[in-house]
Design a protein around this ligand. Sequence first.
Ligand code: TPP
Length: 618
Amino acid sequence: MPPTAVSQPIDPIGSATNVSTGDGTSLMRGARILLEGLLKEGVDTIFGYPGGAVLHIYDELARMPNQLRHVLARHEQGAVHMAEGYAKASGKVGVVLVTSGPGATNAVTGIANAFMDSTPLVVITGQVPRKMIGTDAFQEVDTAGITRPCTKYNYLVRDVRELAEIVREAFHLAGSGRPGPVVIDIPKDVTAESCCPEPAESMRLPGYHPQLHAHDEAVNDAVKRIVNAERPILYVGGGVIHANASAELLSLAERLQIPVTPTLMGLGGFPSGHSLSLGMLGMHGTYWANMAISEADLIVAIGVRFDDRVTGSLDRFAPRAEIIHVDIDPSSVSKNVRAHVPLVGDAKTVMRQMHRCLDAAERFECADLSPLSLNSSNTVSGKENKAPIATNRDRTRTLTRWWNQIEEWKRFAPLTYEISDDLIKPQLLCQELYRLTRGEAIIATDVGQHQMWLAQYYGFKGPRQSITSGGLGAMGFGFPAALGAQLAFPDARVIAVVGDGGFQMTAQELATAVQYRTNTKIIVMNNTYLGMVRQWQEIFYDKTYSAVEMEGTPDFVKLAEAFGAVGLRATKPGELRCVLEQGLSTTGVVVMDIVVTPEENVYPMIPPGAGLKEMMLG
Ligand SMILES: Cc1ncc(C[n+]2csc(CCOP(=O)(O)OP(=O)(O)O)c2C)c(N)n1
């Protein structure tokens, strides 16, 4: 229930913040209610850009300087990407504040990006006063309408008395279940109006109850299938990272000795250097990960969405595999690929359930895991499962065969590239970066070839170390996202690895990085092309290059210096290590312009529309 206190307009510029009513309660204007609501949710940082419709909110912000830090981006897209980086690195909800009209539309790319990658955000947009909505007023856009398809939920606040409750709900929705962006669109007059905010007793979201536990019987059945499988594989994605379930995944994989392949969004959810890791799968995945998925008889898919960049042609995807699909979002399960055992639940909770199932089997000390067979129903999806539980000895034998096969694939097509004496190979850059950081860094990438090489050649060790735009593939994401992560962890080593094209989309945020005295490092993998598009034109359009040469690119060293940052450049393999070492150890914002081979291609590559096994190996 909204508070019952009377809403009352205050002076036009809304200068009063707290006004005592004389009966012990105090009137608060909407702008203040909003910010108090953020504080209650534990918010410490807001990424934003001011404008007319949010003036009251900015006025209140100025009155509480030590409670909420406002980071002034140079473009609203940058502000949202920063909030995404902040959220991905910290696991908290990222917060954005922008004005109406162009402020809101500039934020849409970031909002859509957060939606595709399930990043928890609360985006507050200003709106024209209520009585002007629908009049084509100055800086009016239908923010709720525009963002409806790319938000988990959105609100248009019509009454100041509802504001406190809406803020609480928005944070709950953004951060729970499958996380995502929530927009709160607030008309200017609502932020100026006052009421006595009263805490509501409970949240009014009757239809929203994310299911954390999967059904025990189904989990039992899944585990039985896993221990009976001859060629099982764990295919894991961003859902594992959102659920903070890396430890459960590691122990499950080690306990069962099953190979693990992460998606782009799942990188770091399982340590890349682990002997059970096959590296990334999909369009630019490793040969052996894609072969293993294609030949598997059982895929345990956790926190993934069977994205087309992973599956290739759906009718040729994993033809022999039964699929166990764990996901907190029921609409994701069986959306693209039918799951034989759907397990709707939180990745961490469900893997713990799986562990308990295995514990129970071990407690009975039966080599044949008979408690599983006793407890579980034998029917899933109407299909009878008559397979006897394998004995551990049999299981070891079949798994050894499976691992031998994987090793053979590894030997057949390892990740390699030609070494050059006079040009810096992009793959070498990724390897050198790993050697220097020892994998102890948060790396945000942009979109393109560099993103794929990083995924292949930089071994992400832990969760929340890889921040990238996977679903939307939004160029311009990497640098501001790195900046957001850096603002969440000022002492951490945070590096943006970007292409020369993508960097030019959001390079103006160098001003933000310098203004807030961050230590963010930017490595521009400069191939002088829009590399990934050039690669497609080379391979699929007979090398007819069209609009991919980046003429007029600025001198990135001078650009860095113009913003008050440090600029360095390497053009020869012999300079690479020295420039990286110097750049990483220099305090403050550093742009490293690394000039790499212009026409290098990312391999393996699955051509669009082909099956996972139809890889071009280069
Ligand atoms: C906003 C946006 N516009 C266009 C694209 C299409 N696109 C995908 S990759 C790419 C080239 C990226 O070039 P660059 O940033 O130089 O990185 P590289 O591929 O060379 O590593 C383009 C244009 C995109 N993903 N995002």
